[in-house]
Every structure is written in structure tokens, then in C-alpha cells.
Design a protein around this ligand. Sequence first.
Ligand code: TYD
Length: 138
Amino acid sequence: MKNVKMIPLDVHSDSYGKLTPIEGRESIPFDIQRVYYIYEVDQDVRRGFHSHKNLEQVLICVHGSVKILLKTPDEEKTVVLDNPSQGLYIGPDIWREMYDFSCGAVLLVLASEHYDVSDYIRDYQQYDAYYQKKKRGN
Ligand code: TYD
């Protein structure tokens, strides 16, 4: 799927445990401008339901597991994040929904821009129209 890829992160493992470093523009393809994490999500909660016009993100489930639905008007796929050494890159114009958070799951998100409400499309019909228009090149 275009604008979506898994990013394997380094793991430094020894008898003291494991450590995964993340460096902007090194491990991940952009400068990190913002970090947030989603946690204490009840198992029956589904969230996200939006796309971004420009924002790039990398999602890392640093504890537990969560499913991510990635969707465009042309295709969709589901990714299970359950490994702190794997990042899920999501570029612009991808509709995403997060669900099936395991008990205690923590989803860390690295973002390429500061929070900007105007970068969001939160209505699927609007997203569909925006996507089709962009695909036609106007
Ligand atoms: P929201 O975008 O609804 O979360 P999700 O898409 O994961 O379901 O964000 C929840 C609240 O947090 C909402 O009031 C906006 C706020 N928020 C910020 O203030 N800064 C941020 O960087 C993010 C991602 C959200």
C-alpha cells in the first residue's frame, strides 16, 4: 500500500534487557516534531477515524498490542502492532482506525509536524472525495 510501510528499529539486547533508539531522519524518514502516546484504551474502543493531508507518522506499540486498519478508497489492510522494535510508517492520505488495544497497551506516535487541526480529514465521505480529486490531479 502506497504511503505505508513497516520500519524495523534497532534493538540493543543484553543481559540487562533491551533498548531501542530512535533518531529523526535516521531510523525514521522525517524530523520528529511531536511525540504522543495513547494508553488506557478500553478493549471495545475504536479510535482514529481520520486521514492527514500532509502529516507523516510512525506508530510503535511499545507495550501490548493493537490493530491498525489502513484504508484508501482503492484498498485496505490491517496491521497488528505487537513488537516495540517495529514501527508502522503512515504517510499522507491514509484513513486509519485503531482498535483491539490489549490491556495495558501503549501506542507511541512520532509525528513530522506539530498538532494542526486543519491537517485532519475526519469525515470518510470528505476523505474519499479529497482522495479521488487528488488522484485525478486537480
Ligand atoms: P484524537 O485526534 O481524537 O485521537 P485519535 O485520532 O487517536 O482518536 O485526539 C484526542 C484529543 O487529543 C483531541 O481533543 C485532540 C487532542 N490532541 C492534541 O491536543 N494534540 C495532539 O498531538 C493529538 C494527537 C491530539
